[in-house]
Design a protein. Structure first.
Length: 147
């Protein structure tokens, strides 16, 4: 076994997804770079993933510094799932901005007490970006605020 199992597992997963994407793209016309078909981008992404996976596997066997898989905790999973559920429940009634701020605050609850300014900056930055992208840029009709 390799000293870096995370890199080996990630490489194997990237290669498997890349091969599947490339095989799925073969059902469509690939085309050329100047006349792209429907399968051009999936094939290109599949090739990219296979190369990335091969580099990750090479990295796993080349480096000898141990990087073991750390013990996992259930708390981050619960926080992320809770934040997504809160976002889904708040998006229609409280608006996009409040739902996004709740999403960031809940998902980063452990970091909120040690780095509150950082978490607030991420929440505000994400809210501003999403308002600019979805409401103004794409013109999607969605409530931004609860009022």
């Amino acid at each position: 076994m390799t000293a870096r199992p995370k890199d080996a597992y990630a490489g194997a997963i990237f290669i498997a997804i890349g091969v599947a994407a490339f095989a799925g793209a073969q059902q469509y016309e690939i085309g050329t770079a100047s006349h792209m078909g429907a399968g051009y981008l999936p094939a290109l992404i599949g090739i990219f993933l296979v190369v990335l996976g091969a580099l990750s596997l090479l990295n796993a066997w080349r480096l000898r510094t141990p990087d073991p898989i750390a013990k996992t905790s259930i708390e981050p999973f619960i926080l992320v799932v809770t934040s997504v559920v809160a976002f889904a429940l708040l998006i229609d009634s409280a608006g996009l901005v409040v739902a996004l701020i709740a999403l960031v605050l809940i998902s980063s609850l452990r970091r909120l007490f040690s780095h509150p300014i950082e978490v607030a900056a991420i929440a505000v930055g994400l809210a501003v970006f999403c308002v600019l992208l979805f409401s103004m840029g794409l013109g999607m009709a969605m409530p931004l605020w609860p009022w």
